[in-house]
Structures are given as C-alpha cells and as structure tokens.
Design a protein around this ligand. Structure first.
Ligand code: NAP
Length: 276
C-alpha cells in the first residue's frame, strides 16, 4: 500500500496569494495589517512560535507588534494590556501566546480579546457562535487539520474519526469540524477506557495530546489516515504524538515537523485578513 505524505507547506502556500492580496489592498487604503502577539514570560516554545509568526506576517506584507510582559505579570496587568490592544485602532488582530504562566488563567485572558480582533477563537462569544454553527471560525490549528484533509482529498462523510485530546484549542474544535463534514466522531482523553479499541476502529485519527509516540502500530488499522498535531521536544528534536512505525500501516499521514504546524501559522494570517 502506498502511503500519502501530507506535507503542510503546499497547503499553506495555497493561501499565501489571497492573503498577500488582501494585505496589499488594505495598505492601499492606508491600513497596515498588524498582528499583536502578546508573550508573558520566557517560555522558549512561545518565543519560537512568536518569531515564526512575526517572520510570516512580514513576508505577507503586514507587520507584527510584539508585546512582551514579565513572567510575574498579574492577571490585571495582562488584562489591561489586552484591553489597550482592543482599543488600539492600529491593531488588526491579537494573539496571546498560550499556555500562559501557571498563575494566569488562559481561558480568562483569551476571553478578554475583542471578538473582532480574535484571530484564534479565544473569545467565548466567538467560541459559542462556532459551536452553534453560526460562525465558521474555529482556532487556527483545527482549521489547519481540516485544510490538510481537504487539500489531500481525504473523504470524511460517513468515516469514523477518533480525536485524541479534548482541549479547547485543538481537540474539541477539530472534533466539531469533522462532525460538520459528516464524519462519525469519538473524542478520547486521559480518562478514556480501552482507548486502543476505539483507535483500532478509526478511519481517521487526529492526535492532539502532547505525548511523544503515544499512538503505536498495534492501536491502528491498516489504511488509517493520521493527522498528527502533537509537537514534543525529544533529545533536541521535534516529534509528534504518533510513533514513526505507524506510517507503514497508514494510507496517509502528516509529518512532524512540516505538517499541521506550518498550516496552522498560515491560518492565523488568514483569520487576520478576515478582521479587515
Ligand atoms: P492540552 O491542552 O495539554 O490537552 C491535551 C489533551 O490530551 C487533554 O485533553 C488530555 O486529556 C489528553 N491526554 C493527555 N494524556 C492523555 C492520555 N494518556 N491518553 C489520552 N488522552 C490524553 O494540549 P493541546 O494544547 O490540545 O495540544 C496538544 C498537542 O498539540 C501538544 O503537543 C501541542 O504542542 C500540540 N499543538 C500543536 C499545534 C500545531 O500547530 N501543530 C498547535 C497547538 C498545539 P484530559 O483533558 O483528560 O486531561
């Protein structure tokens, strides 16, 4: 059986032209598309992600406003920063880097982002509208998973999809998006019993738990489609949630790195242009 390597780059690049055109159009109207990226503290992964987004927005003709706050910032200080960005007419969209330091409540800070500047569906009003099906705007990573499946022609209607992970930013929204595309969806989490029995039935597995090589060949059936969202640092290398040996049984899979992450970054930019 031939295995399809679902690389992210061609998917991301498909969006580049339209995004660049929208940003150029805004510039003609005197507006520089600006993404405010708020980083609280020194988490290396957040700084790497922030730097990638800054490079990407610049390559698309827009700009980033980097807002760095000290690790010990209080909730009130972070909320004040978000409020002032909400009120700043020069800012098109706002992205606070998550996870925030442990003493801060990610959901509360995310909810403070103005709905009209909320590029990653953190505002609870936007989340509710998405849940009810009134608003197609999920967070960027779940949309990236769907863009990859669509680009590579993976049929979803009637298929059994298993999502590993139930976070608000990945697991839950990707499960809803798969449901919207008529898949039959099971969501697994840390309390799921007999998880491998469920994954063995899956036509499509979306792994988003943050545990290296969690999904092993015994847990999947021949021909499964794998979307590996996990990003884990192991011995200085990035690996996904799916063991490399699973590839031999898969009909299609996303690599880590080079899969979901690169598309997810572009989805942030696409969301930004929707704020214009
Ligand atoms: P998270 O908030 O930590 O959620 C992890 C989820 O995995 C939770 O629902 C947890 O279950 C579940 N889980 C943990 N251990 C499990 C186990 N042994 N069996 C079954 N389920 C288990 O993580 P996240 O933010 O969703 O991110 C997940 C992964 O995706 C991470 O590796 C992250 O770095 C990566 N990520 C990648 C991108 C990208 O662009 N590629 C973007 C975002 C995140 P409970 O709810 O029961 O605790």
């Amino acid at each position: 059986m031939e295995t399809l390597l679902m690389q992210g780059k061609p998917v991301a690049e498909k969006y580049r032209e339209a995004i660049t055109a929208k940003i150029a159009q805004a510039r003609l109207q005197g507006r520089t598309v600006t993404l405010a990226i708020v980083v609280v503290g020194d988490d290396p992964a957040s700084h790497v992600y922030k730097n990638r987004l800054m490079k990407l927005i610049t390559s698309l003709g827009g700009q980033a406003k980097e807002v760095l706050l000290p690790e010990a910032s209080s909730e009130a200080e972070v909320l004040e920063t978000i409020t002032s960005l909400n009120q700043d007419d020069t800012i098109t969209g706002i992205l606070p880097m998550m996870p925030l330091p442990a003493h801060l409540d990610d959901a509360k800070i995310g909810a403070a982002v103005l709905a009209a500047k909320d590029v990653d569906c953190l505002n609870t009003g936007n989340q509710g509208a998405f849940l009810a099906g009134h608003n197609p705007w999920a967070a960027s990573t779940p949309r990236a998973c769907m863009a990859i499946l669509e680009h590579y022609g993976i049929e979803l209607t009637g298929k059994r999809a298993v999502v590993l992970g139930r976070s608000n930013v990945v697991g839950k929204p990707v499960a809803l998006l798969l449901l919207q595309k008529n898949a039959t969806v099971t969501i697994c989490h840390s309390r799921t019993k007999n998880l491998a029995e469920l994954t063995k039935e899956a036509d499509i597995i979306v792994a988003a738990i943050g545990k290296p090589a969690f999904v092993t060949p015994e847990m999947v059936k021949e021909g499964v489609v794998i979307v590996d969202v996990g990003i884990n640092a192991v011995d200085g290398k990035l690996v996904g949630d799916v063991a490399p040996q699973v590839v031999a049984k898969a009909s299609a899979f996303t690599p880590v790195p080079g899969g979901v992450g690169v598309v997810s970054n572009m989805m942030v930019m696409e969301a930004l242009t929707r704020m214009l």
